[in-house]
Design a protein around this ligand. Structure first.
Ligand code: CA
Length: 229
């Protein structure tokens, strides 16, 4: 496989250097931009395979870059920020980033997430839709979800949650959005721990069919992501 090209957009040179070293060691080609200006044009002219995009940048910020890139490309974007609250806000804006990483991070973790995002992209391209359907199928009318042909015994809220998560595999859904969904569903205010317990139950029910294969993944400090490995 030809090496994938990662574009790092990061104004903290030291961080960019460390990431560059680790990514190169992992077999990636790396480019680095220190400022936001010109990044969108650069991506248009010579698209990388993935962008590691810092949020706070001199010139044009990461938010604007992500929005602009999404207008013409679906290449994986991993947003990086020093503040969890900022990541929360970003998720609320539904920018279409593929993953979010909070500083400080371990470079190894970043490399792992880059690999995951690229693998996911490859899988998306290659996987036939029907294969996925065979594993997970949603019957909207009957409000039923089957895994490998076995219908899950779900409550209405669980159905809504799983349907939402499974509608966009790989996408991170912020906790706040899931809390809203539950509140709507149950007609009373919901709390974070309510979501956690629904997720726990869903995992248990799915595990009865799939065993150890985890499909609902926690994204620390952010929310949940559905993905069939
Ligand atoms: Ca920065």
């Amino acid at each position: 496989m030809s090496e994938s090209k990662i574009l790092i957009v990061e104004d903290e040179v030291r961080i960019a250097e460390i990431l560059t070293d680790y990514l190169k060691q992992a077999g990636f080609a790396v480019e680095h931009k220190e400022r936001g200006e010109g990044v969108v044009e650069h991506v248009k002219a010579c698209p990388p395979d993935l962008i590691l995009l810092d949020l706070m940048l001199p010139g044009v910020d990461g938010l604007e870059i992500c929005k602009e890139v999404r207008k013409f490309s679906s290449l994986p974007i991993i947003m990086v920020s020093a503040r969890v609250e900022e990541l929360d806000r970003l998720l609320g804006l539904e920018l279409g980033a593929d993953d979010y990483i909070c500083k400080p991070f371990s470079p190894r973790e970043v490399v792992a997430r880059v690999k995951v995002a690229l693998r996911r992209l490859k899988a998306q391209v290659e996987a036939t839709k029907s294969e996925e359907k065979e594993l997970f199928s949603v019957d909207e009318e009957a409000e039923r979800i089957s895994v490998k042909g076995t219908t899950l015994d779900l409550t209405r809220t669980e159905f809504k949650l799983l349907r939402l998560l499974a509608s966009r595999p790989g996408r991170v859904y912020p906790r706040a959005q899931l809390v809203d969904l539950c509140a709507q569903q149950e007609g009373e205010p919901a709390f974070d721990r309510v979501i956690d317990s629904h997720i726990k139950n869903l995992r248990k029910k799915i595990a009865r069919v799939l065993g150890d294969q985890e499909v609902i993944h926690s994204v620390y400090g952010v929310g949940y992501r559905f993905e069939i490995a």
